[in-house]
Design a protein around this ligand. Structure first.
Ligand SMILES: [Zn+2]
Length: 228
């Protein structure tokens, strides 16, 4: 899951819905949880639900962008701070592994505490749901796994072309443009894990990616002031 930095609050809002344009400007048109690109139908998502924590209803630092599936899986359950990891506070890229076929799993090298919190995050938004794990199949309205699978296949094709094109600068620009249009930042970062210049460009070109979570080669590193 892409670690993000939404930056300081642009202004105070009379209603939380008024923050949508500022959030999209800062973070791009991507769901903060499943990373899908959605030209429309992104909503202001309250990390701590507004029904539970009224004081944070208009708090910029409680806002992410959420798609209907992530919002609906998350619901209005209150979330204890220590039970999950958050894309604006932790390097969530290190907590979750992506693999061919659209699969999402907790990263293997986490200690018990981080493993528990990474599982908490996947469960919170149902990100691990996949038809191969028994999740209701083609008739379901939750198509996140399938779109992730398609994104993986697209990224692999682009990687093959990138190599054929000699890993040139123009080819790199094409890959980045395709990735930004496709969404699923983590899928592209994983498929291009052997290509430092592509990873670095993805980190810089996806708006609002937390730059402190990556080194100069685009490798994921521990976020400052975070256990991961
Ligand atoms: Zn989503």
């Amino acid at each position: 899951m892409r670690p993000i930095d939404r930056g300081p609050a642009p202004l105070a809002y009379a209603g939380y819905g008024d923050a949508i344009d500022d959030l999209v400007n800062r973070l791009g048109r991507y769901c903060s949880y499943c990373e899908r690109r959605l030209p429309a139908n992104l909503a202001v998502e309250h990390m701590s639900p507004k029904s539970v924590n009224e004081a944070l209803r208009l708090d910029w630092n409680n806002f992410l962008l959420g798609c209907v599936n992530c919002n609906s899986a998350k619901g209005d359950d209150d979330v204890a701070e220590g039970d999950v990891l958050w894309p604006d506070r932790h390097n969530t890229m290190r907590a979750i592994d992506y693999s061919a076929g659209g699969f999402v799993r907790v990263a293997e090298d986490l200690d018990d505490e981080l493993n528990r919190r990474a599982k908490g995050l996947l469960n919170l938004v149902g990100l691990h749901r996949h038809v191969a794990n028994g999740y209701p199949g083609p008739a379901s309205r939750d198509r996140r796994w399938e779109q992730r699978e398609e994104a993986w296949a697209t990224a692999e094709k682009c990687r093959a072309d990138f190599v054929v094109l000699g890993e040139s600068e123009p080819a790199l620009r094409l890959v980045v443009q395709a990735a930004k249009y496709c969404g699923f930042f983590s899928v592209w970062m994983t498929v291009f894990r052997e290509f430092a210049e592509v990873k670095r460009a993805l980190v810089e070109e996806f708006p609002g990616t937390a730059l402190t979570c990556f080194d100069h080669a685009g490798n994921s590193i521990r976020r400052p002031h975070s256990p991961i």
